[in-house]
Design a protein around this ligand. Sequence first.
Ligand code: ADP
Ligand code: ZN
Length: 215
Amino acid sequence: MTINIILLGPPGAGKGTQARRLVEERGMVQLSTGDMLRAARSSGTEMGRRVAEVMDRGQLVTDEIVIGLIREKLAEGGKGFIFDGFPRTLAQADALGQLLAETGNSLDAVIEMQVDDEALVRRITGRFTCGNCGEVYHDDTRPTKVPGVCDACGSTDLKRRADDNEDSLKTRLLEYYKKTSPLIGYYYAKGKLAPVDGLAEMDDVAGQIAKALGG
Ligand code: ADP
Ligand code: ZN
């Protein structure tokens, strides 16, 4: 059985971490618009430069750009998508519904990852990732075993995101509450919403998601 799901929640809710687990455990395909945009910004094009500015401020990139990115990925085919960080606006949600219908896919569940704001700020301001394999670490709660070296792959290319600072984070939270949080009501009304406690232990969150997806 293939399923398509959305991971919905504020920045720092743990969407990326859970998406990576679902990829490993179920062979699903992660479609992270944040990752796609970070790839686009390093492309050296004019579009990439504009995207970088918007992202670093913590604002949302235009619907047109992100919908275009998702459209390309869906056209490549595959089944069992995890939409991570998309949709973020009602217009994106409507576009996704259309794209899924056009490609013969359906939406099975929207996992709402609930986390309070203080936890988000703590999580994000200590966060760094491996540039080689994408493993996520935290200064206080999940440091690497050897400082400066990725536990998973041994790379020393550890990075902090330019938008993981206090100012950009404030804007990202505002953007979330203004533009993205209405999607909770939108998907509730469609009967798709499955809330999970994003503050629980990582394994526990994964268990709650598995339960929401039917074991
Ligand atoms: P986080 O959820 O931790 O903020 P993401 O990697 O999902 O991180 O997103 C980082 C940035 O990329 C966002 O702040 C925004 O600028 C841009 N972005 C990602 N996805 C979208 C989207 N669906 N619509 C508009 N902008 C997006
Ligand atoms: Zn690594």
